[in-house]
Design a protein around this ligand. Structure first.
Ligand SMILES: N[C@@H](CCC(=O)N[C@@H](CS)C(=O)NCC(=O)O)C(=O)O
Length: 198
C-alpha cells in the first residue's frame, strides 16, 4: 500500500491525495507539520533531502518526491494521463508551468497570508506575489475560455495540479470574481467522481 507523507493544508499534498482518491487507491497518510520542523529531521531528510512534502512511498524505502512527478507516476495507464506523445507533452507543459509560474506566486501568497501567523514579516512580499499570481490567473482564464479542461478537453492531472492552488487562491488574497471561466472549470472539477475537498 502507498504511504503519503504530507501536510493536510498543503495544496501540493492535496494534489496527491485527490488523485489517490479518484483512482480509489488505498494509502496511508502520515501527517507532517513543517511549521514544527518535522521536514527537517534526519529521518525526513533521508526520504527527501529537499525537506519538502509531499513524499510518496511506493515500496520499502522507495520514495518519490515532487507533487507533479508523483501525479505522473500514479496516473500512468489511467485516463488521467494520456499516452499520446504530443498530448502527454502538453500535460507536462502545464505541470512545469504550474510550478514555475503559478504555484510559486499563489501558493506562497496563501502560505504567508493564511498559514503563517498574522502580521508576519513576509507580508511585504505580497504585492510581488499578487502581480505574478494574477498574471497566472489571466493565462488560465484565457485557456479555459476556449477549453473545458487543460488538455484535450478531458479531465487530467494537469487539471488536478492547477486546481490545487487556484481553488484556494482567495486565502492568498486573490479576488477571483472576474475569472468566470476559471470558476466554471472549478465547478466541473468539483463534480468529478471521487472528488474530495482539500
Ligand atoms: N516542488 C515541490 C514543492 C513542495 C513544497 O513546496 N512543499 C512545501 C509544502 S506545500 C514544503 O514542504 N515546504 C517546506 C520547505 O520548503 O522547507 C512539489 O511540487 O512537491
Amino acid at each position: 500500500m502507498y504511504k503519503v507523507y504530507g501536510m493536510s493544508i498543503s495544496g501540493n499534498c492535496y494534489k496527491v491525495r485527490l488523485l489517490l482518491e479518484q483512482l480509489e487507491e488505498h494509502y496511508e497518510w502520515h501527517e507532517i507539520n513543517l511549521l514544527k520542523g518535522e521536514t527537517l529531521t534526519p529521518a525526513f531528510l533521508a526520504m527527501n533531502p529537499a525537506g519538502q512534502v509531499p513524499i510518496l512511498e511506493i515500496g520499502p524505502k522507495k520514495y518519490l518526491v515532487e507533487s507533479n512527478a508523483i501525479l505522473c507516476y500514479l496516473a500512468e495507464g489511467t485516463p488521467y494521463l494520456t499516452d499520446n506523445p504530443y498530448l502527454r507533452a502538453q500535460t507536462l507543459s502545464w505541470l512545469f508551468w504550474e510550478q514555475y509560474s503559478h504555484e510559486r506566486y499563489i501558493a506562497v501568497a496563501r502560505f504567508i497570508k493564511h498559514i503563517l501567523p498574522a502580521g508576519n514579516d513576509r507580508l511585504a512580499e505580497i504585492p510581488v506575489l499578487h502581480e505574478g499570481g494574477y498574471r497566472a490567473l489571466d493565462i488560465i482564464e484565457q485557456h479555459l475560455s476556449k477549453n473545458d479542461y487543460f488538455v484535450t478537453n478531458t479531465y487530467s492531472i494537469a487539471d488536478i495540479s492547477l486546481y490545487a492552488y487556484t481553488h484556494c487562491a482567495a486565502e492568498g488574497g486573490f479576488e477571483l470574481g472576474k475569472y468566470e471561466s476559471v470558476k466554471a472549470w472549478m465547478q466541473r472539477i468539483e463534480s468529478q467522481p471521487g472528488f474530495r475537498e482539500l
